[in-house]
Write a protein that binds this ligand. Structure first.
Ligand code: SAH
Ligand code: DHB
Ligand code: MG
Length: 226
């Protein structure tokens, strides 16, 4: 089955939504520019997606945010800007080079004081956080290596409380998520995390397909209810 992976109108609509809804933010623009200049892959959330993460974090009054997959800190910045005074964001990243770019982007934006980037395999960091009995997070954004998403979900769930919101990026993969015969590890990972969310009696979850400047993909969102 061939699915359209991009269409010029998707980008045009994103540009319109950005112009209509998003405040000008030179530090966010500079963060993206520096990530590209450093050769980081262009897989940051789109501006409208970053703003949606911020809206969700603000809606629940999140003061502790956990991110898995920092890259150049673009989504980190959107989420960190949602924090109240005294709020904290922990972002997990395996690549020191990515963490360095993110750190410089966060410093320029005045956000470094409320963000901690922990460098290492996310599963190891999450296990250590669970073992240490780290305080729960109000908002979790899973956006690292897709094959590990079900593992990250299971670990991150142990770091949540009633009312916490968990967002998982890239669960639709150009429509490939519907293909149960797929051998693509990212698709298998997406299917596994959706299965984990759907069979978790302690959450209500949904997912939406999205199109935009990054193509055809989607988010899953869960709220902890028990
Ligand atoms: N959230 C970012 C994009 C993240 S891209 C944004 O929207 O701006 C995915 C990131 O996950 C990359 O930086 C990659 O290095 C990191 N990553 C990949 N495997 C990982 C692992 N096992 N542990 C932690 N981070 C990982
Ligand atoms: C990829 C990763 C992402 O987090 C994303 O949003 C888009 C693409 C990727 O690895 O291809
Ligand atoms: Mg992503």
């Amino acid at each position: 089955m061939m699915l359209p992976m991009s269409d010029p109108s998707w980008t045009a609509v994103d540009e319109h939504l950005e112009a209509a809804l998003l405040p000008a933010d030179p530090e966010l623009d500079a963060a993206l520019a520096d990530a590209r200049a450093a050769g980081l892959p262009p897989i940051d959330v789109s501006p409208a997606q970053g703003a949606l993460l911020q809206v969700l974090a603000l809606a629940i009054g999140a003061s502790r945010v956990l991110e898995v997959g920092t890259l150049g800190g673009y989504s980190t910045m959107w989420l960190a800007r949602a924090l109240p005074a005294g709020g904290r964001l922990v972002s997990l990243e395996i690549e020191q080079r990515h963490a360095d770019v993110a750190g410089s982007n966060l410093r320029r934006a005045g956000l470094a004081g409320r963000v901690e980037i922990r460098v290492g395999p996310a599963a190891t960091s999450l296990e250590a956080m669970v073992a240490a009995g780290e305080e729960p997070f109000d908002f979790v954004f899973l956006d690292a290596d897709k094959p590990s998403n079900a593992l990250y979900y299971a670990l991150a769930r142990q770091l949540t409380r009633l009312g916490s919101v968990i967002v998982v990026d890239n669960v639709v993969r150009g429509g490939a998520v519907a293909d149960g015969d797929s051998t693509d590890p990212a698709v298998i990972g997406s299917r596994a995390v959706l299965e984990a969310m759907g069979s978790d009696a302690g959450v209500r979850a949904s997912a939406v397909q999205t199109v935009g400047r990054k193509g055809y993909d989607g988010f899953a969102v869960a709220v902890v209810t028990a």
